[in-house]
Design a binder for this molecule. Structure first.
Ligand code: C5P
Length: 249
């Protein structure tokens, strides 16, 4: 049965909260993905793989084509270096970029101060800045291995509180932690959730996964989807079936 008008509107609305991870190794392949999803107002996430392969030109191209771009380079360095990289990201015109909360408050504040200053001086639109808390591929063992003895939820909350008090617009976490973040920090603190999988799909290297529908029910603002779409034979229909499952009553 073809979708009704209201189902189609719900799917379109949901598409604007989906971040497609362009984890591909060439500009051509990135363009192909965007072509396959043409017509949907998704956000394109450009991360380490594509940036290392195609550089900032691909970021500028996607921005120039009117897409919202999330530059996912997870800055983590001394405050001055992160501040300078944040200015460079602002100048690329990205809609959002991220830093690692583990870099600490001084580093996070330096990123925010730098983009605010860039906006005041050069009139560039301030990108949203979000902080990575605990990677969705990490479980308790992974944290223990690096000397963090709190469980992932407690660690996510600790870093989210630090991110909020350091001027971040939100955090990257798993959808499992969203209710806790929203209740402790506030509904308008953004949550970006990778590790989104269709029901009964492979987790790949992710640990803390959730379906689109459950992530939305938990209050996630933006949902990152990579391999479930990228590795599908028909990307558009894989995307649409996740969208429809998420938008269904
Ligand atoms: O393929 P998959 O849907 O697992 O892709 C998830 C994407 O989200 C990848 O691009 C990965 O780099 C990114 N990411 C993540 N966990 C974080 C932050 C970003 O998986 N905490």
């Amino acid at each position: 049965m073809p979708p009704t008008t209201s189902q189609a509107a719900a799917a379109d609305d949901l598409a604007s909260k989906i971040m497609i991870a362009l984890d591909v190794s060439s500009a051509d392949e990135a363009r192909r993905v965007a072509g396959e999803l043409a017509g949907y107002n998704v956000i394109y996430k450009i991360g380490l793989q594509l940036f290392s392969s195609a550089g900032h030109a691909i970021v500028e191209e996607f921005v120039g084509n009117g897409h919202r771009v999330f530059l996912d380079l997870k800055f983590h360095d001394i405050p001055n270096t992160v501040a300078q990289a944040s200015i460079a990201a602002s100048r690329l015109g990205v809609w959002m970029f991220n830093v690692h909360a583990l870099g600490g408050g001084a580093m996070l504040r330096a990123a925010r101060y730098a983009v605010d200053n860039e906006q005041a001086v050069n009139g560039t639109k301030r990108p949203l800045i979000v902080a990575v808390t605990v990677l969705t591929s990490s479980a308790e063992d992974t944290l223990n291995e690096i000397g963090i003895t709190s469980d992932p939820k407690a660690q996510v909350l600790r870093l989210a509180i630090l991110a909020k008090s350091s001027g971040m617009d939100g955090v990257v976490a798993s959808a499992h932690e969203v209710p806790l973040i929203k209740s402790e920090i506030g509904a308008d603190f953004l949550t970006i959730t990778p590790g989104i999988r269709p029901k009964a799909a492979t987790k790949d290297d992710q640990e803390r996964v959730m379906t689109v529908k459950d992530a939305l029910a938990n209050g996630s603002d933006f949902l990152v989807i990579g391999r479930p779409v990228l590795e599908a034979e028909d990307r558009r229909s894989a995307f649409e079936s996740m969208l429809n499952a998420g938008a269904a009553e």
